[in-house]
Design a protein around this ligand. Structure first.
Ligand SMILES: NC(=[NH2+])NCCC[C@H](N)C(=O)O
Ligand SMILES: [Mn+2]
Ligand SMILES: [Mn+2]
Length: 301
C-alpha cells in the first residue's frame, strides 16, 4: 500500500435529514485515526475539513427535482473532487472522512480521472443507487453510486466536468440488506455484482471477500473502498442515521479489511455516515478507526 496518505474531512450533513453526521470527521480524528496510522509508519497529511456552505434557511427543494440541498451538495463535491485529484497527482493515497455518503460523488469524481477502470467496493447496508425519480426520501446520500454510474440529475453526474465515473461491471456491493425497488431494477439492468447479507451468512465473509477481490483484481487498475458504517450491525455501530438490523459484525468487517490489506488492491478509501450525536461514547468512530487499522495493515506489521 502507498505509504503516503492524505486525509480529507468532509463535514457534510445536507445529503440526509439527521443532524450530527457533519461531526463525523472530528469524531473519527478524536478516536485516534492519525496516531493509529502513524503507528504503522504512514506519512499522514491531514488537510483538515472542506467548508460546507450551509443554507441560511430550510431551503425549499420542492423544485421538481426531489433532490434536497442540491446546490450545496454539488458545491462541496466539486471542492472535494479537486482536492482528491490534487493529492493523487502528488502520488498520495486519499483517505476521506465523512460526512454523509453523498460525498462519494466528489471522491469518485476526483479519483476516477486517474484510472481507465476504477473498481469500487461499496460496503453498505444500502445500494445508494437511487435517482430523484426513484428515491423515497429525496436524500442525496441515497444516490451517489447511481450518480457515479452517470445516472441521475445532470448537475450531479457532471461533477468535476465529466460524466460517468465508474462502469457497472467494476462495482461490488457488500452487505446490502435494504434496497428500494428502483435500486433493485438498476442492479438487475446493469448486472452489478452484489453480495447481500444472505451470501455472507451462507458462505462466510472469507469466501465473499475472496470472490470480490478476485473479481476486481482481474478487471480494474485501481480500487476505491467506500465504507458506510451502517454496513455494520447497529448493535455494534449505533452512531448512524439510517441503521438497518442484521448487518455485518465487527469481526467480519475486520476480516474484510485484513483481506483487502493482504490483496494490496486499494488506491483510495472513505469512511462515511458516522454520526456522533446518535452514537454511544464514540463507539462508531472508534469502530471506524479500528477498521482503518486493519485496512492499513496492522496484521502485517
Ligand atoms: N448512505 C446511506 N446511508 N443511504 C441510505 C439511503 C436510504 C434510502 N435508500 C434512501 O434512498 O433514502
Ligand atoms: Mn448505508
Ligand atoms: Mn451509503
Amino acid at each position: 500500500m502507498n505509504k503516503k496518505i492524505s486525509m480529507i474531512g468532509v463535514p457534510m450533513d445536507l445529503g440526509q435529514n439527521r443532524r450530527g453526521v457533519d461531526m463525523g470527521p472530528s469524531a473519527i480524528r478524536y478516536a485516534g485515526a492519525i496516531e493509529r496510522l502513524q503507528e504503522l509508519n504512514y506519512d499522514i497529511h491531514d488537510l483538515g475539513d472542506i467548508s460546507i456552505n450551509r443554507p441560511d434557511q430550510k431551503i425549499n427543494y420542492n423544485d421538481g427535482t426531489n433532490l434536497k440541498n442540491l446546490q450545496q451538495v454539488i458545491e462541496a463535491n466539486e471542492e472535494l473532487a479537486k482536492m482528491v485529484d490534487e493529492e493523487i497527482n502528488k502520488s498520495r493515497f486519499p483517505l476521506i472522512l465523512g460526512g454523509d455518503h453523498s460525498i462519494a460523488i466528489g471522491s469518485l469524481a476526483g479519483i476516477s480521472k486517474h484510472y481507465e477502470n476504477l473498481g469500487v467496493i461499496w460496503y453498505d447496508a444500502h445500494g445508494d443507487l437511487n435517482t430523484g425519480e426513484t428515491s423515497p426520501s429525496g436524500n442525496i446520500h441515497g444516490m451517489p453510486l447511481a450518480v457515479s454510474l452517470g445516472i441521475g440529475h445532470e448537475k450531479l453526474t457532471n461533477t468535476f466536468g465529466y460524466g460517468q465515473k465508474v462502469k457497472p461491471e467494476n462495482i461490488v456491493i457488500i452487505g446490502a440488506r435494504s434496497l428500494d425497488p428502483g435500486e433493485r431494477e438498476l442492479i438487475r439492468e446493469k448486472g452489478i455484482k452484489v453480495f447481500t447479507m444472505h451470501e455472507i451468512d451462507r458462505n462466510g465473509m472469507s469466501y465473499v471477500m475472496e470472490q470480490a477481490i478476485n473479481y476486481l483484481q482481474n478487471r480494474t487498475d485501481g480500487v476505491h473502498l467506500s465504507l458506510d458504517l451502517d454496513g455494520l450491525d447497529p448493535t455494534e455501530a449505533p452512531g448512524v442515521g439510517t441503521p438497518v438490523l442484521g448487518g455485518m459484525t465487527y469481526r467480519e468487517s475486520h476480516l474484510a479489511m485484513e483481506m483487502l490489506a493482504d490483496s494490496d488492491i486499494l488506491t483510495s478509501a472513505e469512511f462515511v455516515e458516522v454520526n456522533p450525536i446518535l452514537d454511544e461514547k464514540n463507539k462508531t468512530a472508534n469502530m471506524a478507526v479500528g477498521l482503518m487499522g486493519s485496512l492499513f495493515g496492522e496484521k502485517l506489521k
